[in-house]
Design a protein around this ligand. Structure first.
Ligand code: IZC
Ligand code: ZN
Length: 416
């Protein structure tokens, strides 16, 4: 084998899922752990994984040797659900929330998502770009190396495109790899308040064809929820997107179970997300339809809701991913580490199951598992060196940043 660009050696434990397809059931917790490991990297790709002494033939005078100091190494974290690009914040809603005003009531009163729509519409593309860059910088320090980003605060062709353009520009200008999801069906905009059908038609006839033709997003998502979009409206939008070669995602059963998880399975959606109150039929439908459950534990925590029935989903053969859901309303949290901690404590998922959920299964949910989500020869060298000696430690401790070094495509991009 040739001389390598970089070799990470003295890895205490290398912990990773394996493969390119979602892991479900018992496989959800199948993690390979190699002690005293090393990883060789050539042209940004993992070229060799070994244990013990590094093979001398791999080391040339230009090979950079990185000492992992006996620490844990995993794949970079994949955040499969964020509302990344938005204007303003909504801290004024905290007092209402603490008084017990429900999330959907705030939205019905023209606040919530609609308040962020007003701030996003009045922000320029450059302002959104700057604000989003700051969030991404934080996320990178916390170990996120790949991230999905939904539009849905524009709610008109012009402003949705503005959000999608921000993601496109950021994909080229900073290390975190971004995957775009078009989500004009996030709320009914104020100007269509009395004409929801007109807005659904606008999405189907004008927005979706434009977004697909200009390759502005790989996925389409709908907020299938009481007083937002019902099951049949969601079906129309998502099946139109599928015909335009976009993958379907759905915000399902976050607050009320109105058929979102059943629909996800019926149309073979790539993922259904939230699922806080998913009924048995919905879980079965997802298992039958090959849909990944993208669970958002920090949202349950922040909205003071119950937690999705992750164990039941795993038992029923639904692959589980976890994501931050970073957004200015229902969870202004961008840390995948906090998300993973809450997933473990509240879903009762093991560290191994959560690692799969935050890497391989998350990568599958956004169509990136051929390149990222595991530490294997042939995959991109997206790696984290943790400030911890083993996998259990990063779940046992919580609340501070436990990532020490972030490597994206073979390059060190963060040294905390
Ligand atoms: O801005 O409130 N649930 N969409 C669906 C959200 C939460 C984001 C928000
Ligand atoms: Zn969301």
């Amino acid at each position: 084998m040739d001389i390598q660009d970089r070799i990470i050696y003295n890895i205490g434990v290398l912990a990773t899922a394996e493969g390119r397809t979602p892991h479900k059931g018992k496989e959800q917790g199948d993690i390979k752990q190699i002690e005293n490991a090393y990883i060789a990297i050539k042209d940004g790709i993992i070229s060799k994984i070994g244990s013990g002494e590094v093979d001398k033939n791999l080391i040339g005078k230009n090979t950079e040797l990185i000492d992992a100091q006996g620490k844990l190494v995993t794949a970079g974290l994949v955040d499969a659900h964020t509302h990344l690009v938005f204007g303003g914040w909504r801290e004024h809603e905290l007092a209402l929330k603490l008084k017990g005003v429900p999330y959907l009531d705030i939205l019905r009163q023209g606040g919530g998502i609609l308040s962020t729509v007003r701030s996003t519409r009045s922000s320029s593309e450059d302002e959104l770009y700057e604000k989003t860059s700051e969030a991404l910088e934080e996320m990178l320090k916390l170990g996120t190396t790949t991230c999905e980003a939904k539009s849905g605060y524009g709610l008109s062709l012009e402003h949705e495109i503005k959000q999608l353009n921000v993601v496109k520009r950021l994909n080229e200008s900073q290390p975190i790899e971004l995957v775009s999801t078009f989500m004009a069906a996030h709320a009914v905009p104020e100007e269509y308040k009395d004409n929801k059908q007109g807005y659904v038609d606008l999405i189907i006839n004008d927005m979706l064809p434009f977004v697909a033709e200009n390759k502005l997003a790989q996925y389409c998502d709908v907020f299938c929820e009481t007083a937002v979009f019902d099951k049949e409206e969601s079906r129309k939008i998502l099946t139109t997107a599928q015909k335009l070669n976009m993958g379907a995602k759905i915000h399902a059963d976050e607050i009320d179970a109105i058929g979102g998880s059943q629909l996800a399975g019926e149309i073979h959606a790539v993922s259904a997300e939230h699922l806080i109150v998913a009924p048995d039929e919905g879980i079965k439908s997802m298992a039958d339809g090959g849909t990944i459950a993208v669970l958002l534990p920090s949202t349950s925590f922040y909205l003071d809701k119950t937690f999705a029935r992750a164990r039941e989903m795993i038992n029923q053969g639904v692959p589980v991913a976890v994501a931050s859901d970073f957004n200015p309303g229902s969870t202004p949290n961008l840390s995948m580490q906090l998300t993973m901690n809450i997933a473990s404590y509240k879903y009762k998922m093991t560290p191994e199951e959560v690692l799969t959920a935050a890497t391989l299964n998350a990568a599958c949910a956004i169509g990136k598992a051929d390149k990222v989500g595991t530490v294997e020869v042939g995959k991109q060298a997206d790696l984290l060196i943790w400030n911890a000696p083993n996998l259990d430690r990063i779940f046992y401790r919580y609340g501070h940043n436990q990532v020490k070094t972030v490597i994206k495509c073979g390059n060190i991009v963060v040294n905390n």
